[in-house]
Design a protein around this ligand. Structure first.
Ligand code: FCB
Length: 468
């Protein structure tokens, strides 16, 4: 699949008129805990994010997802909004504890009913649902038994996946197992910035393996149940050495790439952890959690790899530097502070790093990809004069990253779609409602939705299947 790029007589690509391949999927993404609210309704059980957000000091100003965007009740209006924007696809996640309040055992049909209604509503508007089975909201009961550090959670995940598939499999084509296991493991059990808030490299590395195992078991089960398009979403670290001519910096990048990327990509696509990564895991654990045959299970064939990308990472060798808690084994490595333009959440903006990342994964793993998240936090609300949300910075972020996608398409990357994060402002995890990533503004006191300038711009991009 290659991009159509109109070329001037000079041979230089034009700044305007770039088109995406025919059939390119245009969507927007959300996640259950970030938008649904209704945490005590229709039999939903508590998740680790309910517990975490209610623990003082964990989330900005004690914000919780109790109400969030109230999407649980407003889903029909939200789908109408998606239709107005012209979205071809919508990526959402299922709250495991709505389906099995305790993570295992009895099925709560009222939870399934909600997603059933949502999927039917989407179908009625011709919007393709792209489902994520796990976007971080682990049932609390499972965490009480060790969460992702317990192998049984991987098995429970595969059971849960089959329950959801049995109900929705007739209407959903694209199934994604996990969203960003890097965050679940390294933020959840490594630096503790996310639920369940644990700081322990051994638990983080054990969680990585069980997340991958859960993915593999669920993929096998869904495939045999008839699922057609299966995938997983990663947030690969777009890591580069600060000084590419310095061998010590190159080695620092190799380590961060190993613990952040290859630890996922190699078992997924090659069926084995690389030796250097296994060595790092072995520094913190006795490796007994990796059973014979696990890597073959994780290696279950998938059809598309979801990529979430926001910001680059630059590393250099710095003797004596303590390890970053979200990157076990990173002793002696400095992570450069963001430089240049940053978004409201402090993330450096560099579209070219997305091109490099996509090209590298294509070159090394040869897998079809989809951007399942990309977007930017900016604080703008409705202007008192016009009532409009003028978010030019977000438009320029999205435009730059879509051009980066086109560059990768020209490189030969099989990139099938793009999902903006996020459809609407929502609960941004530890940042609470303080960071706004939406194309649509949400007034949290009235729950009024207001498409920002960027939403209108994105509609035009979708309509013309390209950029100006
Ligand atoms: C990603 C998450 C998503 C959202 C964005 C900003 O890591 O998958 O839920 O928080 O970051």
């Amino acid at each position: 699949m290659t991009a159509t790029v109109e070329v001037q007589s000079s041979g230089e690509p034009q700044a305007s008129g770039v088109r995406f391949p025919e059939g390119f999927v245009w969507g927007a993404a959300t996640a259950s805990y970030q938008i649904e609210g209704a945490v005590n309704e229709d039999g939903r059980g508590p998740s680790i994010w309910d517990t975490f957000s209610r623990t003082p000091g964990r989330v900005h100003r004690g914000h919780t997802g109790d109400v969030a965007c109230d999407h649980y009740h407003r889903y029909a209006d939200d789908v109408a909004l998606m239709s107005d924007l012209g979205l071809g696809a919508y990526r959402f996640s299922v709250a495991w504890s709505r389906i099995q309040p305790d993570g295992t055992g009895p099925v709560n049909t009222r939870g399934l009913d909600f997603y059933d209604r949502l999927v039917d509503e989407l179908a009625g508007k011709g919007i393709d649902p792209v489902i994520t089975l796990y976007h971080w909201d682990l049932p609390q009961t499972l965490q009480d038994r060790g969460g992702w550090t317990n192998r049984e959670t991987a098995e429970a995940f595969a059971d849960y996946a089959q329950i959801v598939y049995a109900r929705l499999g007739d209407r959903i084509k694209t199934w994604t197992t996990l969203n960003e296991p890097w965050c679940s493991a390294y933020l959840g059990y490594g630096n503790g910035v996310h639920a369940p808030g644990i700081q322990d490299p051994a638990q983080a590395l054990t969680a990585v393996h069980h997340l991958l195992l859960g993915h593999g078991l669920a993929t096998r089960a869904l495939r045999s149940a008839g699922a057609r398009t299966l995938g997983i979403t990663l947030n690969p670290v777009a890591v580069a050495p600060l000084d590419p001519a310095n061998p010590a910096d190159l080695d620092a990048a190799r380590i961060v790439d190993g613990v952040g990327n290859r630890i996922f990509l190699d078992p997924l696509f090659k069926g084995a952890y690389a030796d250097d990564v296994r060595e790092i895991i072995g520094r913190f654990t006795d490796l007994s959690h990796i059973h014979d045959g696990d890597e073959a299970i994780i290696n279950a064939p998938i059809d598309v790899l979801g990529i979430n990308y926001y910001t680059p990472t630059y590393v250099s060798a710095k003797p004596g530097q303590p390890a970053a808690l979200d990157t076990p084994g990173s002793e002696g490595i400095a992570f450069r502070k963001p430089v240049g333009p940053i978004t409201d959440i402090g993330w450096q903006i560099e579209p070219a790093a997305l091109t490099r990342l996509l090209n590298r994964i294509h070159d090394d793993y040869g897998v079809p990809m989809m951007i399942t998240e990309n977007g930017a936090a900016y604080p703008e609300g409705p202007s008192p004069e016009t009532g409009e949300v003028e978010d030019a910075d977000r438009i320029s972020y999205l435009d730059g990253h879509l051009r980066a996608c086109l560059d990768s398409l020209s490189h030969g990357v099989d990139l099938r779609g793009y999902f903006a994060w996020s459809l609407m402002d929502n609960f941004e995890w530890a940042e609470g409602y303080n960071k706004r990533f939406g194309l649509v503004h949400v007034d949290y006191t009235t729950q009024q939705r207001l498409p920002k300038r960027s939403a209108k711009w994105y509609s035009e991009v979708i309509r013309r299947n390209g950029l100006e």
